[in-house]
Design a protein. Structure first.
Lengths: 544, 339
């Protein structure tokens, strides 16, 4: 070698020294399950669509399409979902949970405004599926089935589709133009909707119309009856009937003082509706305490803000014209309310019962193999009933009752029906390990309190059915999406690439796996894993 | 309309896909200089290897790749150049332990004499080569205002030779020659020296401190220093897993806790005046920092030495007041030094 002046020794680069041999542990990029995803009853990949949404611009549509792969109701869910994702959100342990629900609503509203559409992905299968009930579960199943290439007939006994989303949830929580837009987008994919069509005999429908499979999503449309000793002039209505009638243009006469019996979300809807119909006093009577009330906290808070009053630990023992008799209750050591014998009288012009809802399964007739237990249809993990090809989901099936759960079950049923029609085994979802807060390095997330959705002035909303909770604008939605910590999944922040003292992280042009570990040189120090903001790198022992 | 900030990872992470490429750190670029490349023999999780690449890559970016660098004897020199290998991908000269600043000053003079004014000189050394052995040369370089950015990678001891005490070793720390014996185990209180303040006393154009825990702050300071001429001094805290008896994966966390506890003040000074202070984001007790390090283990045994921990806490609290490290309620800083 021709050496320069003054240089007497040849030299080589240090890359000849493969320091990877020092390593006892290697970094591995992981995908863990973010708690928001885990908590979502509809099965949304929340973290992924927030990641898309963080880019703004084109990212909004990508984010919306990611939601639509799973849930066809972003604008509806962004209003009425009780967002268990936010309860699960790890950011809640740092400052406040990410406002996932409000970002979803923003994306849903953007889609309606911009007219984004979905399309059918698969060629026609030639198979026909009947979906009974056009509520959240039935619409969700119909949407997914039609996108999987099947011909779907959607039957509903009501004049308009939507089920409890239309006939149970008041318009101040879910404006009808939003609901209509999202339902229409599903129907536009080619779903054959037949309203005012009541199935009275399932066997007959299946046999005569020659369907290959059926999904039963008839919900639980009956208000639960409770026997209350009542005078002949006492006015007692059930909440489900009242809310349904309201949607059909009725204005129930409830009087000045209305008592609502029950402590669930429907009780809140009924009390808030009574206020809007002109009641001076709306009183919720519930037999346990506030802490034990099943209604969602935000519903209770909004009801209180609108002037709804509450009486805890009370049952109604008698209803007379203009008068109620309440009995005080006490919780025993198991938390169950026990009567005390103390009573009081209370003026009330009407009592609205909101004590839960029951299914109406008469149409099953003697449908062979379909079992009913405790008033709901028994299904397996794939949502299939005991009868091959007949599936059920939503409120008619076991499980928590909410629109989000119903949508999730509708999707699961659609996937199962598709597999069943193809003679395949339904794909099992691989359970990823949970991305817990301890794995994050939260130093890298700047302090950022949540942007609350503006709430309509209480005075204004008490008299109208205008929407109460307003949406985010583009600015606040972007801010909110960017508060996501992307738990357990890479956000391409370059930290691993930067902090490696050995240049052993290689940056590559691949959105799904933007970094590779150079195992020739990685000494296994673990700095990349320790400094990964999202906890997306795990140190795995080498086999030595 | 309010500016939409990059809240997801703020400006603390190395990169951010949402930022324009020109606003990203030098380290985020696949085309970074990688001034010191793979295959060097630094320990796992070495803060100094990391700090050297952070500093030199930023200097290379600031000077369009026209940089020459000197390196006093020490860990950095030893682990990067065992014959016949070299990890350096930039022109690099090894000086003696004690004469690094003088060699750098000579190189700057030679470049000026030969008219190559675009080539910039960076001198670098560990804390031993800076605060102890090279200190006379360094003071001379400052006093002559030679056109050199001198960088001290402070890992608080002579780690290469077996973890002996330097004048930058903090009180109570155990080293090979400050054992856990006597009434005040570990290094003595009230000795040592903090060279950034001594550099400021020379009234040179630029003095700054930084750590490997805040890359953006570090790169900003290197870029700023490279934009100036004359004697400039950058003091970078680089935790040493070996000498501090800490887990290799904790290197950056330790640097962060040194700042957040107040033990290591991060600031900038020009011509002898403090001009900017990096505020503590969330103050932590010194315990959080000390407990991760075996060199302080004797403070936390049973019964431990809460009195010595309290003295270290007092040093941290003094820094907070002295440099104004906490934002006051009205958002202004309140430094008593240099004002």
């Amino acid at each position: 070698m021709d050496l320069p002046f003054g240089i007497t020794l040849e030299h080589g680069g240090s890359r000849a020294n493969k320091t990877g041999s020092w390593r006892t542990e290697r970094p591995v990029y992981v995908h863990h399950l973010p708690p928001c995803n885990q908590a979502c009853p509809a099965g949304e990949d929340v973290r992924s669509w927030l990641y898309d949404g963080e880019s703004g611009g084109d990212g909004y549509e990508r984010a919306w399409r990611a939601i639509m792969e799973v849930n066809p109701f972003p604008a509806v869910m962004g209003r009425i979902c009780y967002h268990p994702c936010e309860t699960g959100c790890n950011r809640g342990q740092l400052d406040e949970a990410v406002g996932i629900n409000s970002v979803e609503r923003f994306l849903g509203d953007e889609a309606i405004r911009a007219g984004w559409r979905m399309q059918v992905d698969r060629p026609s299968s030639g198979r026909r599926v009947v979906v009974v009930g056009a509520g959240p579960s039935g619409l969700s199943a119909a949407y997914h089935l039609v996108r999987l290439g099947h011909a779907v007939t959607l039957l509903d006994s009501a004049p308009r589709p939507g089920g409890m989303m239309r006939y149970g949830i008041p318009a101040y929580r879910l404006p009808r133009e939003v609901l209509d837009a999202e339902i229409q987008r599903i129907l536009d994919l080619g779903v054959d909707l037949r309203t005012d069509t009541t199935v009275t005999d399932l066997d007959q429908t299946l046999r005569e119309d020659g369907y290959d499979a059926a999904f039963l999503a008839v919900g639980a449309p009956l208000g639960h009856r409770a026997h209350l000793p009542a005078g002949s002039a006492a006015k007692i209505v059930d909440a489900v009937t009242m809310l349904h009638g309201l949607e059909e243009g009725e204005r129930p006469l409830l009087g000045r003082r209305v008592a609502v019996y029950g402590g669930g979300n429907t009780a809140m809807d009924a009390a808030r509706t009574a206020k809007r119909l002109g009641a001076e006093d709306a009183l919720v009577v519930y037999r346990r305490t506030r802490e034990r009330m099943p209604a969602h906290e935000s519903e209770v808070r909004e009801a209180e803000e609108e002037g709804v009053r509450f009486t805890w630990l009370s049952t109604i023992t008698q209803v007379q014209e203009g008068m109620l008799t309440l009995e005080r209750m006490e919780l025993d050591e198991t938390g169950f309310p026990q009567p005390t014998g103390e009573t009081e009288e209370l003026p009330a012009d009407a009592v609205v019962l909101a004590l839960g809802q029951d299914t109406d399964l008469a149409f099953l007739g003697r449908a062979e193999g379909v079992e009913v237990e405790d008033g709901v249809v028994v299904v397996d993990d794939s949502q299939m009933t005991g009868r091959p090809g007949v599936f059920a989901g939503g409120d008619v099936a076991p499980g928590p009752r909410s629109a989000t759960v119903a949508i999730g079950q509708g999707r699961r049923a659609a996937t199962s029906i598709d597999a069943w029609l193809r003679g395949a085994i339904p794909e099992r979802v691989v359970e990823l390990p949970l991305a817990d807060f301890a794995a994050l390095n939260t130093w890298y997330y700047t302090d950022a309190p949540r942007s609350h959705r503006p709430v309509l002035e209480a005075a204004r909303r008490a008299s109208t059915f205008d929407e109460v909770v307003q949406g985010l604008n583009r600015d606040t939605a972007l801010y909110e999406a960017r508060r996501c910590m992307s738990c357990g999944n890479c956000i391409s922040c370059d930290n691993c690439f930067g902090v490696c003292p050995d240049n052993a992280v290689i940056k590559v042009d691949d959105a799904d796996a933007p970094y590779l570990i150079d195992l020739d040189f990685c000494k296994g120090c673990g700095l990349c894993a320790a400094e990964c903001p999202a906890g997306a790198i795990a140190m795995v022992p080498e086999e030595i | 309309m309010r500016e939409t900030k990059l809240y997801q990872i703020g400006t603390f992470a190395v990169g951010n896909r949402l930022l324009d490429p020109e606003d990203r750190s030098a380290q985020a670029s696949p085309d970074r200089a990688n001034s010191i490349t793979s295959g060097h023999r630094a320990c796992q999780g070495c803060g100094e290897a990391l700090g050297a690449r952070y500093v030199l890559d930023a200097a290379m970016r600031a000077a369009d790749g026209d940089v020459v660098v000197t390196n006093s004897t020490g860990c950095l020199e030893v682990f990067s150049t065992p014959y016949p290998e070299s990890s350096w991908q930039i022109p690099w000269v090894h000086s003696l332990f004690g004469n690094g600043p003088a060699v750098a000053a000579g190189m700057a003079a030679g470049l000026r004499a030969s008219g190559r004014t675009s080539t910039r000189v960076v001198g670098q050394a560990g804390d031993g080569g800076t605060v102890d052995i090279g200190f006379g040369c360094l003071s001379g370089m400052f006093e002559r205002n030679d056109d050199v950015l001198f960088v001290c990678y402070d890992n608080q001891g002579y780690m290469n030779t077996g973890v002996q005490r330097s004048a930058a070793t903090p009180p109570a720390a155990r080293t090979a020659n400050t054992g856990v014996i006597g009434d005040e185990p570990g290094n003595a209180f009230g000795q040592g020296k903090f060279v950034p303040l001594i550099a400021m006393a020379h009234e040179i154009p630029y003095v700054a401190t930084a750590t490997v825990a805040d890359l953006h702050d570090l790169e900003d300071k290197v870029t700023r220093a490279m934009g100036m001429h004359g004697a400039r001094y950058l003091h970078v805290l680089v935790p040493c897993p070996l000498g501090w008896a800490a887990a290799p994966a904790e290197t950056i966390r330790l640097a962060r806790l040194a700042v957040e506890s107040g033990l290591f003040p991060v600031f900038e000074a020009e011509h002898g005046e403090v001009t900017a202070v990096t505020s503590i984001r969330g103050k932590v007790p010194v315990d959080d920092y000390l407990r991760l390090q075996g060199r302080y283990a004797h403070l936390f045994g049973d019964p431990g030495r809460p009195d010595l921990v309290a003295r270290l806490q007092a040093l941290a609290d003094r820094n907070v007041v002295r440099f104004g490290l906490l934002d006051s309620d009205d958002g202004t800083q309140n430094a008593s030094l240099g004002s």
